[in-house]
Ligand binder design. Structure first.
Ligand SMILES: [Zn+2]
Ligand SMILES: [Zn+2]
Length: 250
């Protein structure tokens, strides 16, 4: 049985605790070591209890705690080769790496993990599909689009964690953001808008038990706006909806 506790998700930091059969893992480590320690302590867990970190990509908001975690004995960093290489050269982190092949399923005890390629402006960014015999979860943030290949993986899980990064209108009307940044965020390799996340879920024939909306922008989105859009959909399609508040969680 897999349980997820999202410790925080926004452009200031992303980290999720994954618990399965007495083992603890992190998906990304995008807060300082101190902050991750504090967040874990709310669940009675310490850094020493963490067996490994599944790393999606090398952007700062996903890896800033790795340097501190590398000092803890026994923690392994699971990443593909290009991501590991990018992290080594950019942040001077030497591992310990467990290198996986993107699009190839691997297993740790009874947990099976499928890293799948997502469109984003990083070396080789991935989402993860986690499965045990009892349930399954899929993690997909930092993706510019949901391609048919990505959709096919997202539709295999009971629990979906999906990015709903920005409201397109708020993004384009934002007074302080340069146009190149807006284009990057809205582009094919940027971040998923509310509407893109919404229409994917609405048009899919798959029934998720729960859906978490994550990596929400602090200034081009709001929890209230997401509630208005997604709550009626959650009621009609009968899934549990969790909106990860980017302000409270960071
Ligand atoms: Zn990110
Ligand atoms: Zn990113």
């Amino acid at each position: 049985m897999i349980t997820l506790k999202i410790l925080g998700s926004s452009s200031s930091g992303n980290c999720c605790l994954l618990v399965t059969e007495g083992r603890y893992y992190l998906i990304d480590a995008g807060f300082s070591g101190k902050k991750i320690r504090e967040k874990l302590s709310r669940y009675g867990i310490s850094l020493k209890d963490i067996s490994g970190v599944f790393i999606t990509h090398e952007h700062q908001d996903h890896v800033q705690g790795l340097k501190a975690l590398a000092k803890i004995e026994g923690i392994k960093f699971y990443a593909n080769y290009k991501t590991a290489q990018a992290i080594e050269s950019r942040y001077d982190i030497k591992g310990p790496w467990c290198v996986f092949e993107t699009a190839e399923t691997f297993s740790i005890d009874n947990l099976s993990i499928l890293p799948f390629l997502i469109p984003h402006d990083a070396a080789e960014p991935v989402g993860f599909l986690f499965k045990t015999q009892r349930n399954s979860c899929v993690w997909a943030t930092d993706l510019g689009r949901i391609s048919p290949q990505v959709a096919q993986v997202l539709e295999q899980a009971d629990v979906l964690v999906l990015e709903a990064n920005h409201d397109a209108e708020l993004l384009w009307n934002h007074p302080d953001r340069p146009v190149f940044l807006k284009e990057r965020i809205a582009g094919e390799k940027g971040h998923l808008s509310n509407y893109e996340a919404f229409s994917f879920i609405k048009n899919s024939k798959h029934a998720w038990k729960s859906i978490y909306l994550a990596h929400i922008s602090k200034d081009c989105n709001s929890v209230q706006q997401l509630q208005q859009l997604f709550l009626p959909l959650a009621q009609s399609l009968k899934f549990d909806l969790e909106i990860v508040d980017p302000v409270l969680e960071s």
